[in-house]
Design a protein. Structure first.
Length: 124
């Protein structure tokens, strides 16, 4: 399988700070927002390879958040596909603010058929 890379750029908003998200006390990029950036990048990386009626869902995320980033910072997330089967995609990723690597890790997504996946939701 050839290595496939996909990059997406984000601008840190006030709503994405640790303080606003409740994950910390500081007005810096919150880890939950960084995780969402990573998942969004991975989702978009594979969307053109899916069949009609399919999507991907995140199943595993290993994230090392290495440095803080301020509101207004530009974050660039790059995903590298390291394994792909009919039902699973594994990535390694890095995130940069300028020249500084602010995060790294791995992410796995499952390819699901939307209708059957939604039927798995139980209602009480």
């Amino acid at each position: 399988m050839p290595t496939e890379m996909f990059t997406k750029e984000f601008l840190v908003k006030e709503s994405q700070t640790a303080k606003m998200l409740g994950s910390g006390d500081l007005e810096v990029l919150g880890t939950p927002a960084l995780a969402a950036m990573i998942e969004q990048t991975a989702k978009e990386a594979v969307k053109d390879q899916l069949s009609v009626g399919e999507t991907t869902v995140g199943t595993v995320l290993e994230l090392r958040h290495l440095y803080p980033s301020a509101v207004g910072a530009t974050i660039v997330v790059t995903m590298t596909s390291i394994e792909q089967t009919a039902h699973k995609i594994r990535y390694e990723f890095v995130a940069y603010e300028g020249e500084r690597q602010i995060a790294k890790g791995s992410h796995q997504r499952a390819v699901v058929e939307i209708d059957s996946f939604l039927k798995r939701i139980t209602k009480d």
